[in-house]
Design a protein around this ligand. Sequence first.
Ligand code: HEC
Ligand code: HEC
Length: 329
Amino acid sequence: MRGPTGIALTLLAGVALAAGPRVAARQQQPSTGAGTASPQPPATQAPVPPPPGDLTQQPPQHGAQPAEPPNERPPAPFPAHQRPQPAPAVLERGKTMYLSLCSACHGADARGGQLGGVNLLRSAVVLGDRDGELVVPIVKNGRPGTAMAAIPMPDADIMAVVAYIHSLQAQGDIQGGPPPGPPVVLNILVGDAKAGAAYFGTTCASCHSATGDLAGLAGRVPDAKALQNLWVSGGRASGHGPGQRPRRAENAASVKVTLPDEVVQGRLVRLDDFLVIVLLEDGSTRTIRRNGDSPAVVVADPLARHNELLAKYTDKDIHDVTAYLATLK
Ligand code: HEC
Ligand code: HEC
């Protein structure tokens, strides 16, 4: 009994919530008069709508307090917002050091990064730190057993980094929100193009050539992220997505089906547990029923190597190869 009643109550609450805004909107029409409409907390006074038909009056300013100057921030809601800002030179130094020593792991905007560094804007340690007393020991000693290794740097430098991180927190609108300013554009071209060229030579050049099929690749796919996705996936043959084109006919997967009295060969159209569909040379298709291992089906897919390689690339290989391919303008 309790279950269904609970559900019914939840549903009712849902309906009431869903109806809420619409009811409020209806009540806000001028004819209903003032005072009934405001969805604001009770303390704020409901705006007085203009009399119907009066076009000279400005639209009501919902919830605005006329005394407040236009662009002033509301009182800082969190202690992190109330910190005095350090001298600009300290911030500048802290920022430079943060970007070179911490951002790879903690992210360029300090909200966490690819290499597993935690979000520092939401970090309870950083929020609770007054003047480096919590953060400095972590930087100096690291966190044994984690990727946070000890970073040997003078205390004054750590303090500058700490001041910089605090300044990001102090400027954020909401705790943990993105720091102010334009969004940080990630540059994924962080690899070593020379090492990438060498890797390409040993791993890829048996099938590709920088002056042949991949010539001008970076011109076709200027966005580094799209370029990386394209080469890692081997184009994925869909013809969709940035820079992708349909798979070349000669690179299509081929299939050989050995039936009791004949061998069927051609381009693979489809293969599942029940059917194999083969495109024959004359352009017709042949659909053959499968039952377990019979008949024998052998697929040769030139892209199969790409799948195998996926398991072998290290992050560095991927960064390096992308940096190299980005030079193939
Ligand atoms: C190689 C990657 C890496 C680098 C570089 C790095 N960190 Fe970290 N940091 C981590 C990881 C991972 C953790 C989380 C450790 C854990 O699980 O306790 C961490 C934790 C922290 C914490 C504790 C956060 C918390 O809430 O527990 C602080 C503070 C911190 N790092 C500051 C820095 C500063 C400042 C720098 C640069 C001077 C820096 N880190 C460089 C990886 C890194
Ligand atoms: C065994 C052969 C083979 C190897 C090795 C191989 N690829 Fe490929 N790759 C292919 C085939 C086949 C395709 C699909 C080509 C097509 O769509 O026509 C492909 C597609 C691509 C594409 C998309 C090409 C385009 O024009 O859109 C890129 C980029 C690429 N590979 C890069 C690489 C890189 C980088 C490596 C080495 C890390 C590599 N490949 C290793 C066979 C290979």
